[in-house]
Design a protein around this ligand. Sequence first.
Ligand code: CMP
Length: 134
Amino acid sequence: MDTLILLKPDVVRKNYIGKILAKFEENGFKIKRLKMLTLNRDEASDFYSVHKNKSFFSELVDFITSGPIVAAIIEGDNAIERVRELIGSTKPSEAKIGTIRREFGSSITENAIHASDSHESFIREVRVVFPDYS
Ligand code: CMP
């Protein structure tokens, strides 16, 4: 099973790409596709369309378009659920010790990483960053 992760601009700026990707390999996942890119506002709005009516939407779009991100398709048994566990809660200060957001995130906006929360989200999100995925 596949899922999608994005390493957000905060951790790319802080030079944590290698350390974070290593966690996926160490936990038995396969990195199937990998790409560094900068989202424009239309792509970011599309990616986060489920949040478009939220108060934090413009802050979210400002941040995710603020610099390069690293997108990866991660493969593994039960990947969606297991990757969500590995990354931890949205708010880094509430994430479990040992999770990626706890270790590398600094706020609810600058929270290091995104991962698809369901198969439907994965299908919608993957087409924004890997349009040729099938
Ligand atoms: P992510 O997993 O990328 O999915 C949506 C993002 O919105 C989430 O991580 C957070 O970075 C951000 N987010 C969620 N809730 C809030 C909030 N209450 N205030 C600001 N940002 C939020």
